[in-house]
Design a binder for this molecule. Structure first.
Ligand code: FUB
Ligand code: ZN
Length: 684
């Protein structure tokens, strides 16, 4: 297929210089990364790589009762027979948690050198080097907990998932510091995997239970130039979903009953309509998958790898498959906030238009995955439909995953909450708890969020030979070269609190090229001024193209029509039928009890009345609040009745809405994104 592919400017070549995202990166560096490192020490993740755990000393750690900060009790140090502190048993995902922390810390190092942070990374890398086996194999769990059992349960034990995150971390650390040691360790592991999996006789004809390594192998190929890594990524994607099932054969080969422990076990059975392997998207070859089934994060990472392979190979059948999956997700299975995953059971999609609010799972990792996937779709086709969703996830369901203080996290991001709803979750399923927590037994979300926040610079600009794209409106500086001429692009904006962005384009010498700025879907009338005069910009696929000669310094002002607006869901979304939500620019809003009192279900927003917006510098770190007229159903005159003939009394009220990402940073209370609606009369 003819590709007019673009490449994103690398995160280290884009400096975030201020505004909304600079604040988040500063909190991420100052609070989140150190807090996450501390948790890795406390729970034994750092120690686990030192191989101090000995199964014979494992005294059946206490059952996993979760403490309020979500730390699994069994990870807390137990006493050994001799009274010494016991080494926690490494969890089979822990390598991936450390890898994502190293990746996030590496992005931070590129922007702000920090010897202490670099030393922490180097110590972990040294431990991984000691852990690595002669043949390159590198996995803590299978070295200290189940030695000799490598590759016996690729279906659920995450060896390839952990390897993928280690690859991403090694690439980031090399690109940030130029140090090759970690990259060389990981290339040895990648070569070990390449010798183990593939189509040739004697190799495992299989693929990962949790997609991740595929996108990581493309990164490793792009950093090293070693084509075998790209070929291995392609093998894993093409092999997926073939029959007879690799997962079933693997279970049988290692004495497990596929009907019980394997892909046809209880998890697989819950997927009767889509087939028993749908939880891990292994029910069909990827080119035949017409709907997003199963585990949400896995779908997003698979979409990333498929788009990456299209970018590298021009495979049209893979692009078509990507678009089919992308459309099913974004047109029928995605939340208004850009996240995915309706069901906490198996962290998965359910079916078209099934998007529960209070029990929404919308895992933070899945929103990170959607951001990554959208960017990879953009690299193939610069179409604002992808960038609008990348922005939607970033400004809503990604950053709702971390508190404004930066040290507590959501795993599940609900769209409605009543504290009593999941008060027991801290024991049953802490991931569903409607308050952010310090940590989780499996802490993928906090680390995933940290690495995305640190690398957001890599999502703003992309370019082809002849075009330069501005996808996100973030204070930043970068440079490009067109026709052998250096061009600096400097972006300044108060977005999302203001409706314009300013680009200063400085060309080393006169050069003809095209700069295309996204025209966001929320803006019904976007104006472009060049050096103060309205400019002719051609609108193509949602981008405003300025094709011209650039000489010296040019100022571009892009002004969006940005008003707070009521939005509605497709009428087939049962949970939102008859309701409205509020959007202002890229932000989705919510009502919180802290502003509107309890029983938010008694509020009926009057969509016939205009909404107003006001910046509140001292609220929630500085946000625009949106206010609107509503009717509130009175509850006083129900005298103990639960049901009665219709006839509620209503009182007029003004509600106050705050950005969804900022909810649950005040006193615990109710929240709702979707609000009952009435339409009384058009304003005179
Ligand atoms: O399985 C690894 C990660 O743990 C998944 O991506 C998340 O959904 C979490 O369950
Ligand atoms: Zn997660």
């Amino acid at each position: 297929m003819h590709l007019n592919r673009t490449s994103f400017m690398l995160w280290k070549d884009v400096q975030i210089t201020g505004g909304f995202w600079k604040k988040r990166q500063e909190t991420n560096e100052r609070v989140t990364l150190p807090a996450e490192y501390e948790q890795c020490v406390k729970t034994g993740r750092i120690e686990s790589v030192k191989c101090l755990y000995h199964p014979e000393e494992d005294r059946h750690p206490r059952k996993g009762v979760f403490t309020i900060d979500g730390v699994l009790a069994e990870n807390l140090a137990d006493e050994k027979e001799n009274g010494e502190k016991a080494v926690p048993r490494p969890h089979h995902y822990w390598d991936s948690d450390l890898a994502k922390w190293i990746e996030a810390a590496s992005y931070s190092l590129a922007a702000h050198p920090d010897q202490g942070l670099e030393k922490q990374i180097d110590e972990i890398v040294d431990d991984f080097e000691k852990l690595q086996m002669e043949d390159g194999y590198l996995n803590t769990y299978y070295t200290v907990v189940e030695p000799g059992q490598r590759w016996t349960n690729v279906y659920t034990m995450h060896e390839l998932y952990c390897a993928g995150h280690l690859m991403e971390a090694a690439c980031a650390y090399y690109q940030a510091t130029g140090k090759k040691k970690f990259l060389e360790i990981i290339c040895r592991y990648a070569d070990c995997i390449d010798r183990t999996f593939g189509i040739e006789d004697g190799k495992i004809h299989g693929y990962p239970g949790h997609q991740e390594i595929e996108l990581a192998l493309v990164k490793l190929y792009r950093v090293t130039g070693e084509k075998r890594y790209l070929n291995l990524a392609r093998y894993f994607i093409d092999e997926r979903g073939k029959q007879p099932s690799f997962f079933e054969e693997e279970a049988l080969a290692h004495g497990r009953d596929p009907e019980e422990e394997g892909p046809k076990g209880i998890l697989g059975k819950s997927f009767l309509p889509a087939g028993p392997y749908a939880l891990f998207q292994a029910h069909l070859p990827v080119r035949e998958q017409k709907t997003a089934e199963g585990h949400a994060v896995r779908v997003a990472y698979m979409g990333c790898a498929m788009a990456d392979l299209v970018a590298e190979t021009g495979d049209e059948s893979l692009w078509n498959a990507c678009v089919v999956l992308w459309k099913n997700v974004t047109q029928k299975r995605m939340y208004l906030t850009g996240g995915i995953g309706a069901k906490d059971g198996s962290e998965r999609f359910s079916f078209d238009y099934h998007l529960p609010n209070e029990s929404a799972y919308q895992e933070t990792c899945a929103s990170v995955g959607m951001t990554m996937w959208a960017a990879r779709m953009l690299q193939i086709k610069p179409d604002s439909v992808y960038a609008d969703i990348m922005e939607r996830a970033l400004y809503n369901s990604v950053i709702s995953g971390v508190s404004l203080a930066g040290d507590t996290f959501f795993y599940a991001n609900h769209l409605a909450a009543k504290p009593e709803m999941f008060s027991d979750a801290i024991i049953t399923n802490p991931r569903m708890f409607p308050r952010r927590q310090k940590w989780f037994a499996v802490s993928c979300c906090p680390m995933n969020l940290a690495r995305l926040l640190e690398s957001v610079g890599g999502y703003i600009y992309s370019e082809s030979e002849t075009e330069f794209f501005v996808h996100l409106f973030i204070d930043s500086v970068t440079e490009t070269v067109k026709e052998n001429t250096r061009i600096q692009i400097c972006q300044e904006t108060q977005y999302p609190w203001d409706n314009k962005t300013r680009l200063i384009v400085t060309a080393q010498k006169p050069v003809y090229t095209s700069i295309a700025v996204r025209d966001p879907a929320f803006s019904r009338n976007t104006k472009v001024l060049v050096d103060g005069k309205e400019a002719e910009a051609s609108l193509e696929n949602g981008y405003l193209y300025l094709r011209r000669m650039w000489e010296g310094r040019t100022e571009i002002i892009v002004e969006f029509e940005m008003e707070p607006m009521y939005v509605e869901a497709h009428p087939c979304v049962r949970m939102d039928a008859g309701k409205t939500a509020i959007q202002y620019g890229p932000l989705i809003y919510c009502l919180e009890e802290a502003d509107n009192g309890p029983n938010l279900s008694t509020v009926f927003a009057d969509t016939a009345q205009k909404l107003t917006v006001k910046y509140e510098p001292d609220l929630l770190g500085g946000v625009c609040v949106v206010e609107g007229k509503a009717l509130r159903a009175c509850t006083e005159d129900w005298e103990g009745m639960l049901y009665r003939p219709i006839g509620s009394r209503f009182e007029e009220m003004t509600f106050r809405a705050v950005p969804y990402y900022a909810w649950s940073n005040r006193e615990p209370g109710e929240m709702t994104v979707w609000i009952n609606r009435v339409h009384t009369r058009t304003e005179e």
